[in-house]
Each structure stands twice: as structure tokens, then as C-alpha cells.
Design a protein around this ligand. Structure first.
Ligand code: BEZ
Length: 212
């Protein structure tokens, strides 16, 4: 059965480019972005890993760690990382799991046999500090992901957790947000003393509180 939002992200121990990773212990109290690739030495994955490395400081500002996965062994990862350092603007600066025995891929349902019988799909899990899965995305192998969207989602989730607000369509950091329906007007007066705009009783727009 595939993992669903709200499930606890399965724990595991697996080899990686920085040594064995005990996943829950490695995550600690941070948010985690766990993402899988079809395979080493593939062009789209090469660009994705470099972009994730470039954005690592942005994830860190949000108390989020990043970790990649592909089903190739460590020796291959090491050769591939040298290629990434040679050809891309950023070298790898986060762990890449070597899931040659498919342990993590099986736990996280990352092999979709009707797409490819051996390669992992291009999936992402955003996991919160309580180890709950808060986002699942699966992209086609030929489409590189948008890592800025992952930062945007973490910003949105952290705003919801901290301030009980939701983010509207195409929201960008700094845009107005929406007071969730779980918040009464009385509670909203305490939370947002500068006021908000009521378009409908269920649609109350407020200036975005500051996070990062
Ligand atoms: C890639 O990462 O470049 C890729 C992997 C599998 C299929 C197509 C592209």
C-alpha cells in the first residue's frame, strides 16, 4: 500500500554517500525533503541534484534537510558525483542514499512496475519534525522537478502550523494568506490584531505573518 499524507514516514537504515543513515535519527527535529531518482548517470537527475545542492541554504533556513535516493550502489554514486561537480554549478552537499537492495524504495513504494520494472520513480516526500508525511509528489522520469516549489510548500506548511493560515492559488512568499476556517472571528481578533478582509465568512484574507 502506498504512503499517504499524515502517515509516519517509515524509518530505515541504509548506506549513503556520507555513510550509513539511520533515517529518523538523522532527521532529528528538522523537516526533511526525501526525493528519489530513476538512476545514476541520467541527465535530468544530474541537473536536479545540483539544483538541490544550490538551494541547500534555503532549505536550512526553514530547518529542512535534503536527502536523495537512487537504486544504484555507492561506487556508482561516487563516480556520478564527480561528474556533477565537473559539469554543474553546484557539487553534491547532502546525502544520496545507495538503495541497491531496494529496501527504502520498497518501504516508500518508489518502483512503479508499469512505468519501469527496476528504476525508481521521481518522487518527493516532505516530512515534518513529527515524522509525518505532509506532501507526496510523483513526476514522470523525463520531467525535472521544480525545487523552488518544494521551498514554497514548506513555507506554506510552516505558516499553517504556526499561524493557522492557508495559502491561496499561486501564492508566493510575502503575498496575502487566508485565515483557516478552524479559526473563529473571536480567535482571529487575537491572532491578527491588525485586522483582515472578509470576502465571505469562509474567505478571510490577511497579511502574511513572517516566517523566514
Ligand atoms: C533522466 O534523469 O534524465 C531520465 C531518467 C529516466 C528517463 C528519462 C530521463
Amino acid at each position: 500500500m502506498s504512503l499517504q499524507l499524515g502517515d509516519i514516514a517509515p524509518d530505515f537504515t541504509q548506506d549513503s554517500t556520507v555513510g550509513p543513515i539511520h533515517f529518523h535519527a538523522w532527521a532529528g527535529n528538522d523537516w526533511v525533503v526525501l526525493f528519489s531518482h530513476p538512476a545514476d548517470f541520467t541527465p535530468v537527475c544530474t541537473t536536479e541534484l545540483a539544483e538541490a545542492a544550490r538551494l541547500k541554504p534555503e532549505f536550512a533556513k526553514r530547518h529542512a534537510k535534503i536527502i536523495g535516493l537512487s537504486v544504484d550502489p555507492l561506487e556508482k554514486h561516487d563516480q556520478w558525483l564527480a561528474d556533477i561537480a565537473e559539469t554543474q554549478p553546484s557539487a553534491l552537499n547532502f546525502p544520496l542514499l545507495a538503495d541497491a537492495d531496494r529496501k527504502v524504495s520498497t518501504l516508500y513504494d518508489l518502483i512503479h512496475p508499469n512505468a519501469d520494472s527496476t528504476a525508481t520513480v521521481r518522487s518527493v516526500f516532505i516530512i515534518d519534525p513529527n515524522k509525518k508525511i505532509r506532501l507526496v509528489l510523483t513526476y514522470p522520469a523525463s520531467t525535472g522537478r521544480n525545487f523552488a516549489e518544494l521551498l514554497r510548500t514548506i513555507d506554506s506548511l510552516q505558516l499553517t502550523d504556526t499561524f493557522k493560515v492557508a495559502t491561496p492559488v499561486n501564492w508566493k512568499h510575502g503575498d496575502d494568506v487566508i485565515i483557516t476556517t478552524a479559526v473563529s472571528d473571536d480567535e482571529a481578533k487575537l491572532r491578527f490584531p491588525e485586522g483582515w478582509k472578509t470576502l465571505k465568512p469562509y474567505l478571510r484574507v490577511v497579511k502574511q505573518p513572517q516566517t523566514v
